[in-house]
Ligand binder design. Structure first.
Ligand code: ATP
Length: 527
């Protein structure tokens, strides 16, 4: 099918505000595609280009794009209509252009792509490059459209998506195999699933109340989530974003290989960096190793890592996600050998949780996790089955723009616009600005990275593709008439750069609203 059809669908969905209409338009379109076109089309409609699993950055900067756009349209003699697969292929070539002349290579592929495109097609190619479609179609809506197309229930499709980890692949499975293929989707070795997440709790009573008076309380490590898949001697380690990070963690892989007493297994856990006395080091230290494949051997000597496992999703041919936490962890303890598991207590009263929390903080950890003993493992879900209790209020936000600094910070993009995800509208909305929290070196690096992500600029501000995720501490959330989100963070300060998260893993507007209301439990409400 021709790419113009994707552009037309995007135009059509942006013209209506009715969710049901958007769903029908997309479902109808998906139904007309050839099998090999379904996955790329789904990604192109959402503005993703590549799936999270592929993790291929396009790295097309503003300058490259402008240059390509300014090239005169080539003669029409050899011009042909662009197909969906042509566009996908061109993006693939752009992403894989590397080495010394990569910028020139990228520019030339882009030039030829754009010169074959009509005005409308160009519009959507550019929107894909910048990653913001502004047509109100997020993952949620795509999942509904897939469900509608095959007459399935949305929850079934969402479940399959959490196992597949890729929305394009989910659409392909659904459109080619129908409802049965969706229902039969399950965990498979070497195909990572989205990790189960936790809801924030602001007090020690809530977990016990929700978990029927008994919770397993584990240390919450300040590291990076990993999913380890093993079959015989083959071991792969995946990140929270489901990318393969095995190469950067050969020491962790060796440890699993030597210790794990199972032929086949999928483990869930956290990797942290540790100092000489075994104490946890700041997250930034971990990020010098996690996912970095340059000079691995040298870095292994400099930064020691430690793996803590806390869940078991698969064991010797059996998927365990539908078993209880209690059963899963019992099986885990049987096979871990000398691997470390997350220290935990089974708590039945608030004081036990409180003193375990205090111990966690004293030992340099982030807080604790409280898990329901009878809960199954639901990939990708954030529910009350798991709670996190932390000492500081932070939100993960994405940088969407930055102002040039002045005074000591002249020449640096140093005042950042921070945004949350509006899941309904699939857009990023500003909740605050900050110039606090980064070191001079980090300001310099951030300036460079932001310039590469530039989408437009004014005299004082550079607007960027939403890609860099930061953890932000704040003192209070207020209502805001100025920011598009309707909320503003007071005294926002960046506490870390979260290389392990994508823009779609950040705080949602719903979460900000929940936290805003939560504040009034402790103080009076002033509207
Ligand atoms: P945060 O920003 O607090 O790390 P998150 O959005 O990355 O949160 P959450 O579900 O909110 O994810 O918090 C759970 C995270 O805490 C997990 O993704 C994991 O990386 C980490 N973690 C540390 N220790 C544990 C543990 N014992 N059990 C589960 N998760 C743990």
């Amino acid at each position: 099918m021709e790419f113009i059809e994707i552009a037309k669908v995007c135009e059509k969905v942006s013209m209506t505000r009715k969710r049901n209409e958007k769903i029908k338009i997309i479902a109808d379109f998906l139904g007309k595609l050839r099998p090999e076109e379904v996955a790329p089309s789904t990604l192109l409609i959402t503005g993703k280009v590549f799936s999270d699993l592929e993790q291929k950055p396009l790295e097309v900067g503003y300058v490259t794009l402008i240059k390509a756009l300014n090239t005169k349209k080539q003669g029409t003699l050899f011009q042909r209509r662009l197909s969906i697969l042509d566009v996908k292929k061109a993006f693939e070539e752009i992403a894989s252009a590397s080495g010394k002349n990569s910028r020139i290579k990228k520019e030339s592929i882009l030039k030829s792509l754009l010169s074959n495109a009509s005005e409308l097609e160009r519009k959507y190619i550019i929107k894909n490059i910048f990653g913001e479609m502004q047509h109100g179609v997020g993952e949620g809506l795509i999942l509904q459209a897939i469900a509608y197309a095959i007459n399935a229930n949305e929850e079934e499709v969402r479940k399959a998506y959490m196992f597949l980890g890729d929305i394009g692949e989910t659409a392909r499975v659904a459109l080619t195999g129908g409802i049965n293929a969706i229902r039969n989707t399950n965990l498979e070795l070497f195909r990572p699933v989205k990790p189960m997440l936790a809801e924030m709790s602001y007090n020690f009573e809530e977990p016990l109340r929700e978990h029927g008076g008994k919770s397993a309380v584990e240390i919450k490590f300040d590291g990076a989530r990993v999913q380890v898949h093993k079959k015989g001697n083959k071991i792969k380690i995946y990140s929270r974003r489901l990318s393969d990070v095995t190469e950067s963690l050969p020491d962790v892989r060796e440890e699993v290989k030597n210790e794990l007493k199972a032929e086949e297994a999928v483990l869930d856990g956290e990797v942290i960096a540790i100092g000489t006395e075994g104490k946890p080091l700041p997250f930034q230290e971990l990020m010098r190793r996690f996912g970095r494949i340059k000079e691995v051997q040298k870095k292994i000597k400099e930064i020691k890592l430690k793996l803590y496992v806390f869940d078991l999703l698969y064991l010797d041919g059996r998927v365990l996600v539908d078993e209880t936490y209690e059963n899963r962890t019992n099986k885990l303890y049987d096979i871990v050998g000398n691997l470390s598991t997350a220290p935990r207590i089974i708590a039945t009263n608030v004081d036990e949780i409180k003193s375990f929390f205090e111990r966690a903080i004293r030992e340099g950890h982030e807080g604790v996790m409280a898990k329901a003993l009878r809960s199954n493992y639901i990939p990708g879900s954030r529910e009350k089955k798991w709670f996190k209790l932390k000492s500081a209020d932070t939100l993960d936000l994405v940088i969407v723009g930055a102002d040039w600094g002045y005074g000591r910070r002249t020449g640096w993009l140093s005042d950042y616009y921070l945004a949350v995800l509006n899941e309904e509208k699939n857009q990023f909305e500003v909740v605050g600005k900050t110039f606090k929290g980064l070191t001079d070196e980090e300001f310099k690096q951030m300036t460079k990275r932001l310039q590469e992500l530039k989408t437009r600029e004014t005299k004082h501000t550079v607007f960027v593709r939403p890609e860099i995720v930061v953890e932000v501490a704040y003192s209070e959330i207020q209502r805001s008439p100025t920011y598009s989100s309707g909320y503003a963070l007071r005294f926002a300060r960046i506490t870390r750069i979260r290389e392990d998260k994508s823009a779609y893993d950040i705080a949602t507007i719903k979460e900000v609203k929940r936290r805003y209301l939560e504040q009034f439990k402790y103080k009076g409400k002033i509207e």
